[in-house]
Design a protein. Structure first.
Length: 76
């Protein structure tokens, strides 16, 4: 299965977040060797707000292009 999320926190970063509903959570420091990932559609995305920091070893690739919308098409 391929999952694509945006990296919003690196090891040592402090992230503030709200769970998908209105539950507030305290700021969290991303532990060493982990990343904080969030999807672009925050209302429907299942991401680090649900399952916590992700081990860097689970990241297997990176985006190389934006293809939608066509007006933003580019290599990154």
């Amino acid at each position: 299965m391929i999952v694509m999320k945006r990296i919003v926190g690196l090891p040592g970063d402090t992230v503030s977040y709200h769970c998908c509903l209105t539950t507030c959570r305290a700021p969290l420091v991303v532990p060493p060797g982990h990343l904080w990932l969030e999807g672009d559609n925050k209302a429907k995305s299942i991401d680090s707000r649900d399952y916590g920091p992700v081990p860097m070893a689970l990241v297997t690739g990176r985006s190389v292009a934006v293809v939608w919308p066509p007006s933003r098409m580019q290599f990154v």
